[in-house]
Design a protein. Structure first.
Length: 144
């Protein structure tokens, strides 16, 4: 079973919860206590990847929160992912920060894809050049 990457997890969260983020306070009724922290259903995200919900929780809480959450100068903490005890908002993600992190991960993935395809193309060109060299060395003299 293939584990989802950070990029895949964050893309799934972004696609699923962007409408809720954008709808905050537009209809005159706030469905959550803050715009930037969007509640996420980790079990639903986990089901989409066919993994246990604790795998997704662990990646967000123990790894990505540590990597992207930070302390302000006044000592307060800005969470990337937070486990609040607010009813209906137990697991929340800092959506604007998620957008920035996801954009960086997508850019890195795109760069890796270009590198991979250029490497494959160079291997192909090298193979063709080797074939031509072998053909010229042996094919034209009838030694093949």
């Amino acid at each position: 079973m293939k584990l989802p990457t950070d990029r895949e997890i964050l893309e799934a969260i972004y696609k699923r919860y962007y409408p809720a983020f954008g709808a905050f306070a537009k209809e005159g009724v706030d469905t959550r206590s803050t715009k930037v922290y969007v509640p996420v259903d980790l079990h639903a995200i986990a089901e989409s990847f066919e993994v246990d919900g604790d795998i997704i929780f662990g990646r967000l809480y123990y790894y990505l929160e540590d990597k992207y959450g930070y302390k302000r100068d006044d000592g307060s903490r800005v969470h990337f992912f937070a486990a609040f005890e607010i009813p209906g908002e137990r697991h929340c993600i800092h959506f604007p920060m998620l957008s920035s992190v996801l954009a960086s991960l997508q850019e890195e993935y795109s760069r890796q894809q270009w590198t991979r395809w250029l490497s494959i193309a160079s291997i192909f060109v090298a193979g063709v050049a080797l074939g031509i060299s072998v053909w010229k060395a042996f094919g034209s003299t009838g030694m093949v």
